[in-house]
Design a protein around this ligand. Structure first.
Ligand code: HEC
Length: 441
């Protein structure tokens, strides 16, 4: 904490002259805003992508300037619901814009959205090739692929949910190294998001959720399992899909979403025996879904989870529907009496489902016996802009108009030795950082 504050102070001090200079120079599309739009928006807002309008040049961006100002300021765009300034801030594939960039956009719009000097425009940005694995450059083609069953995406219409179950074809359980979800090239503009989970059969032959396989929203890279952890792809399993299509004007017959799995193998020097098991599971916050939110009412639900061994939390993905407005994940350690917020999403939007993956070295380390507290809040009043009908009683259920209250969390299950080792590594890293920044001054 104190280290972060110190670093914050140092960078704030370093910025003073830059800011003073920037204040004199007019903010224009050419000199600053184009770069911000490229870095944060264009991946979705270009022809053929899921964004409803294209932002590839000044003429396209200019008419939307007032709405862009509003959406970046209320942090609805880019769509990534994870709070600043509370909990762990170091995330992989973090889409949040810096306050500085938000302020630049606001100042630009308030100044009348000037174009500026064409010569200052950055060169066009390269985007990943549609229909190709983004992890392939680093890892080669996936070892195993699984496809959703075929589905006809219509050209127009409402949101569609497609939830088929398919056999995985996995005959021997393996440790997953990385996983990526790929929509088809034809339907990538309408595949809003696609999540998948493993199912295995219990003793009675019923199919039960085993754990999450992959999560995808447009623009996201695949996920790599952290070093030293084994996330199992179970043998004789099925994959359950939850795909959200949002028709974009192009009809696609027989569409399929594909998930690619890269396994650990001997070449990686991966020692399965010495690895710690990691799983990505659903943690309920609602005591089995037994709740009702009254018309024009509010509700809070909570879930408590603890382990008899130390753990490391690798990712957190809240899930609520339309009345849901916020979720937090905290940890309470009875040994110290301390409670700490790990993560918070207080601007929930059910249209986007992101797994927030903590940066290596910043994943929360949870001592044995500590309690993970998940809290979610629901607002069924007319004040909730996403509420379709405040006159309804709302209970738990599958439909979008019902509610849900759970989080998908990736947990690496450690032992005392592994836990102590990770703590020691963090301490070393911290000492090094402090020493370096001290030495540089
Ligand atoms: C991951 C893809 C994605 C990214 C990144 C993204 N958008 Fe969007 N944007 C969408 C989609 C999809 C919609 C339409 C549905 C919605 O509003 O959620 C949208 C809608 C919008 C709208 C219209 C909102 C309204 O109220 O009608 C604006 C304005 C907008 N985006 C601006 C931006 C800006 C500015 C950025 C970058 C700072 C950005 N978007 C980044 C996907 C994206």
């Amino acid at each position: 904490m104190s280290k972060n504050r110190l670093l914050g102070l140092i960078s704030a001090m370093a910025m003073v002259p830059a800011l003073a200079g920037a204040a004199e120079e007019e903010i224009t599309y050419a000199n600053q805003v184009s770069r911000i739009i490229q870095d944060n928006c264009q991946i979705c807002h270009q022809p053929g992508q899921i964004g409803p309008m294209s932002f590839t040049n000044y003429e396209e961006v200019r008419p939307w300037a007032p709405l862009i100002r509003m959406r970046v300021l209320d942090r609805e765009m880019p769509p990534y619901q994870y709070d600043h300034d509370i909990g762990v801030q170091e995330l992989k594939n973090d889409w949040r814009m810096s306050d500085e960039d938000v302020n630049t956009i606001v100042a630009w719009v308030d100044a009348g959205s000037p174009m500026g000097n064409l010569e200052e425009l950055p060169s066009a940005k390269q985007y990943p090739t549609i229909g190709e694995w983004r992890l392939a450059e680093e890892l080669g083609e996936p070892d195993h692929i699984i496809q959703s069953s075929k589905w006809d995406v219509p050209a127009a219409g409402q949101d569609l949910w497609w939830e088929p179950e398919v056999p995985t074809g996995i005959t021997e359980s393996r440790c997953i190294k990385a996983v990526e979800t790929l929509p088809s090239a034809a339907a990538h503009g309408s595949t809003h998001h696609a999540n998948s989970h493993f199912l295995t059969q219990n003793e009675d032959g019923e199919w039960e959720t085993f754990g999450r396989l992959s999560e995808y929203a447009y623009g996201k890279l695949g996920e790599k399992v952290p070093e030293g952890a084994c996330r199992t792809a179970p043998a004789d399993s099925r994959v359950g899909w939850s795909i959200h299509y949002y028709p974009d004007g192009n009809a696609v017959a027989d569409d399929q979403v594909t998930v690619g799995i890269w396994y650990h193998d001997e070449e990686d020097n991966f020692d399965e025996e010495a690895s710690y098991p990691q799983d990505l599971r659903l943690y309920a916050l609602d005591g089995g879904g037994d709740y009702l939110i009254p018309p024009h009412g509010k509700l809070m639900t909570q879930g408590y989870h603890s382990f008899d061994h130390p753990t490391r939390i690798d990712s957190w993905q809240p899930h609520l529907h339309l009345r849901g407005v916020a979720m937090t994940m905290e940890v309470f350690d009875p040994a110290t009496g301390r409670k700490e917020v790990l993560s918070q999403a207080s601007n929930w939007n059910a249209g986007w489902n992101h797994s927030h993956t903590y940066e290596d070295g910043f994943q929360p380390l949870i001592p044995a016996g500590a309690t993970i507290i998940l809290t979610s809040w629901f607002d069924n009043t007319a004040n909730n802009p996403r509420n379709p009908d405040p006159d309804q009683w709302v209970g738990a259920g599958q439909r979008t108009t019902d509610e849900m209250s759970h989080a998908w969390i990736a947990v690496t299950h450690l032992d005392d030795e592994g836990y102590e080792q990770l703590l020691a590594e963090r301490k070393d890293a911290e000492d090094r950082t402090v020493a370096t920044s001290g030495g540089a001054r």
